[in-house]
Structure formats: C-alpha cells, structure tokens
Design a protein around this ligand. Structure first.
Ligand SMILES: [Zn+2]
Length: 202
C-alpha cells in the first residue's frame, strides 16, 4: 500500500480510507498533509478527536447527538411536531433546507425486512412512542426513505402510534423510489414536505 514500511503510517492510511468518499489514494494525500503539518494539524486534530470521543454521545431518547453533560433539548421543551428520520445525515439535510424547524427523532436505521416485528434492530421506536404521548404531540412526520425498508418502518411506526392523538403523516411520493433523504435536492424535499399526507396503516 505504501513504500514507507512505517507501521503507524500504514495504519493511519487504512483508517482514513474507511471514511466516506475517500479511497487509499486520497487517504495517502491526507496523511502526507498531516505529517507535513504536525503542529498545525496533527496536534489539534488529535485533541479534538479525543474530546469528541469523550464528550459527544447519542441521546438515548431522541437519537440526536448531544454533549455528555448537557440535558438534551428533547427532554427540556414541549413541542407539537416531530419529524422522524433514519439517521443524522437525513436530519442535517432537512435542517439546512429550512423547510422544517421543529423537533426530530432519529431512529438509527430501518427495521429488518424478514426477521419479524419483534426485532427492532436497536431502533429508537419505544422512545418515540413515549415522546409522542408525553408531549401530546399533534403531528408525527415520517421522513424515512422511499425504499421498501423505509416504507415498512414507516407503517410499523404509524401502527404503533395509532392509539395516540397525533396525526401521522408521510412525506409525499415526490421522493424517488429507493430514494435516500440525504441525497435529495431542496426542491424535491420541499414538495415532499409540503404535500405530505396522512399515512394509512394496514
Ligand atoms: Zn434527545
């Protein structure tokens, strides 16, 4: 992989290659840049990574990131609407589009298709139900992807929430089939949000 034969360098290249959008070639370029800027890059990067590792965690209630010693915003305020997404990247896309300004719930993925409904794949579904009940939420917007997994997850959640007073809506079908929210442009996202409709659970 490299001609360096330095174990530390090879390990670093291996790790950086695992990051999204980076292969071995760009990883090598990054490592070189780091090595050539020990004080300006390696030192602050090492400290910052250690701090993030130590202090930033996922909230067990809403799935969002939070500082370890700070109460998550999901516990401290009342709210009318919750937008349910699969992952944090999806939430960031919706947030930066400015279409929706309410609270989020990050599931952490989708339900497995063939393993029965008792296997929730570690998804934060129970805590979503609790949040909806506790805050008397008026609308739950399901913004999972338009894939089979996303649809299945949406229906399962809608079904689990049917005893609450919340109106359950789903993003409109403007989302291309199999489409991941993360990769939608603002226009598509806007119309999917605007034309969201109540989900009928079967
Ligand atoms: Zn939270």
């Amino acid at each position: 992989m490299t001609d360096s034969n330095i174990k530390e360098i090879e390990n670093l290249i291996k790790i950086i290659s695992k990051l999204p959008g980076l292969g071995p070639k760009s990883a090598k370029r990054i490592v070189l840049k780091l090595i050539n800027n020990r004080e300006e890059l390696i030192k602050p990067l090492t400290n910052t990574l250690a701090q993030v590792y130590k202090n930033v965690v996922r909230c067990k209630n809403c799935g969002n990131l939070k500082s370890i010693n700070v109460h998550c915003i999901c516990l401290s305020k009342n709210y009318d609407q919750i937008c349910v997404v699969e992952n944090i990247a999806d939430m960031w896309v919706i947030e930066s589009s400015g279409i929706y300004k309410g609270h989020y719930h990050i599931l952490g993925g989708t339900l497995p298709l063939f393993e029965g409904k008792n296997n929730k794949n570690g998804l934060l579904i129970d805590s979503l139900i609790n949040r909806v009940k506790k805050n008397s939420v008026k609308e739950v917007i399901l913004a999972t992807s338009a894939s089979v997994e996303g649809e299945t997850t949406s229906h399962y959640i809608a079904d689990s929430l049917k005893d609450t007073k919340a109106k359950i809506t789903r993003l409109a079908k403007g989302v291309p089939v199999g489409g991941e929210i993360e990769f939608l442009d603002d226009g598509t996202l806007f119309s999917a949000f605007k034309n969201r409709a109540p989900i009928i659970s079967d």
